[in-house]
Design a protein around this ligand. Sequence first.
Ligand SMILES: Cc1ncc(COP(=O)(O)O)c(C=O)c1O
Length: 420
Amino acid sequence: MQTRSEVAPLEPRTLPNPGIGQCMIGEEETNLVNQVMKSGLIFRYYGLKPEDRPALADTFEREFCEMMGVKYGLAVTSGTAALECALAALGVGPGDEVIVPVWSWISCVSSIVRVGGTPVLADVDESMTIPASEIERLATDKTKAVLLVHFQGVACDLDAIMEVCRSRGILVLEDCASSVGASHKGRRIGSIADIGIYSFQFMKVMTSGEGGMVVTNDPKLYERAVRMHDVGQVRPAHAAHIEPTEISFFGSNYRMTELTAAVGLAQLRKLDSMIAKTRHSYHRLAEKVCHLPGVSERTMADPEGNLGIEMYLRLPTAEHADKVTAELKRLGIPCAQRTGTYAQYAREYIVKRQAHHPEASPFKDVKDWPAPGYRREDFPRLNDIVPRCVVLPIGVLYTDEDIDFIAAGFQRAHALAGVG
Ligand SMILES: Cc1ncc(COP(=O)(O)O)c(C=O)c1O
């Protein structure tokens, strides 16, 4: 290991905010929001006069579908709402198991419980996503669906996963909350499986503050998602796309406002230019750090489709990762992972198997808790991989110079920690 004095010195620096869409809010968003305010049409379905016809949420859905290459899009209030609508659309309910990666956000698990299903936690591999082999291992005759999480700009191995799920009659929901705009073999994610969801929360690739979208090519799934998001109804704005045939059911209210749609639409129109920028930075950084001894880049089923919004590098040991992270932090490089993604077995609601009412917990009748499948020791790959990871930030405002500074910082930290 080189000593601190042998490694080239590097002074700390203040980098721009590492965000994506949140950093690009500007005139376009303001203009569309002003347009809504001047019209007074802030509710998406009607205004004060019978002839009022608000249109921004409709336009947002249409342009979103065009970009993602999918037939139907439904704007909702959040990614969590989108998950509930998608699961309800798929008909997930009591007695149904849904396989979901253990490395995910709370809503991925809670939304399954909220519709009455049972979350079955799957381990992840070096892509930080669920491999097809886990679905094969966990599938039972109760498995209704798999909730895939395309994690931080990188798609799951969709070819292998779809093959396993199609052969077993398992439905597939793509959670693209943290990967809006990523693709898999030339197709945008969300459009490939049965149904897809996105989030536009403030920390996401594009943002409307809060917000989400459900997409599908299946008119029945679209209709059921519409009903779930609007207390069982299908209003004319949605009936314009399909002939309603499904029976109404008790839904919720997850309707997007015109104001939120205005911000979302402006951000959507910037999405591809933001992605071009982060991909450029990712490649520049990868050339300088991924080949270093002892460093492995996160695996990807299709590296071309990666958004490049964050770089996950694996080191030989957790101790190396801790040392490298400490040095990067000293240099002012914000290398904490951007998302609130955690090992779900450790979350309080799993540990206490808690739903809003004791009878609503899918685990209420399990005798010994935590049962196999919900304990730390059931996820050996996750617990091997995560402590060894260093996450390098890639913000849309980062210049080539900023990226070169991060690369120099990583090279220095790598040498000081004696990696490789
Ligand atoms: C993978 C994943 N799914 C769903 C969500 C929920 O999105 P929202 O915060 O918009 O409800 C998130 C949010 O972080 C997420 O990371």
